[in-house]
Design a binder for this molecule. Sequence first.
Ligand SMILES: Cc1cc2nc3c(=O)[nH]c(=O)nc-3n(C[C@H](O)[C@H](O)[C@H](O)COP(=O)(O)O)c2cc1C
Ligand code: SF4
Ligand code: SF4
Length: 253
Amino acid sequence: MVFYFSGTGNSKFVAERIAKAIGQEATDVAPYIRSYLGDKEEHVFDKDEVYVFVCPSYMSAPARTMTFFIESSTFPAKIKSYFVITCASSSGISTRVDRELADKKGMDYMGTAQVVMPQNYIALFTTKDKEDNQKIIDAAIPEIDQITDKIKNLAKLEERKLYFLEYPTTVGVRDMYYKHFMKTKKFAVTDACVGCGKCVKVCPFNNIVLADNKPSWGGNCTHCMACINQCPKNAIEYGKGSAGKPRYRGPEG
Ligand SMILES: Cc1cc2nc3c(=O)[nH]c(=O)nc-3n(C[C@H](O)[C@H](O)[C@H](O)COP(=O)(O)O)c2cc1C
Ligand code: SF4
Ligand code: SF4
């Protein structure tokens, strides 16, 4: 099975390309997360086959959306597990985080590959224009295909090596960032909002509700940037950080 989490389409694009090449369909983990948050019922996957998990890098590690999905699901013992991390520049310590998670779940860890894709973190960085993003996507395609070949051949993935002390330093920064900076109080909606509810639907954590046809944000956010980038009216801002910046809607957006 090929699972993906994708705030803005990059990881979906990578997962779908891998899945198509191995004769499968890619599966979005967001509905599983939303349902788990509702009834706390673990999802059980019992097919004894290869599992591929594709998600973005957040703070130099796999997005917690994906690690939460894996931790709160049951998989058959000893399944071969591949991890593919999309990132704007580096997957950081994902190799070690994924290996530890796979070990904890009793999986046969086959490696973590990184694929550089366009930046989507509009709250902090400026997204590039369409032409520059397309060049990044074009450069990623041969890499995705090489990763797919390894998966097809059940070979281990080539991994990024970690620098001395990179792991403990990054874990410290990542945990602090999740705790203190991944907040929603800076999200605001403008008069351009038409109350369509798309932001509610795309949030993987059921974190947005519409009140008087306008979104309001709860506290369970991983800054995936789905709501702000996917609003069809560009009606969401993040403090002053996002004003005037082009929204990023993924390779097919
Ligand atoms: C909260 C957040 C943190 C990010 N941290 C990193 C990072 O540490 N390193 C990096 O190279 N890219 C980082 N990015 C960029 C994304 O990993 C990259 O754009 C990814 O391909 C987005 O995937 P998606 O479209 O599937 O959501 C971050 C993006 C977000 C939203
Ligand atoms: S997606 Fe945009 S237009 Fe639609 S309800 Fe949310 S903020 Fe309003
Ligand atoms: S509130 Fe927006 S940024 Fe936060 S998790 Fe939901 S969709 Fe992602």
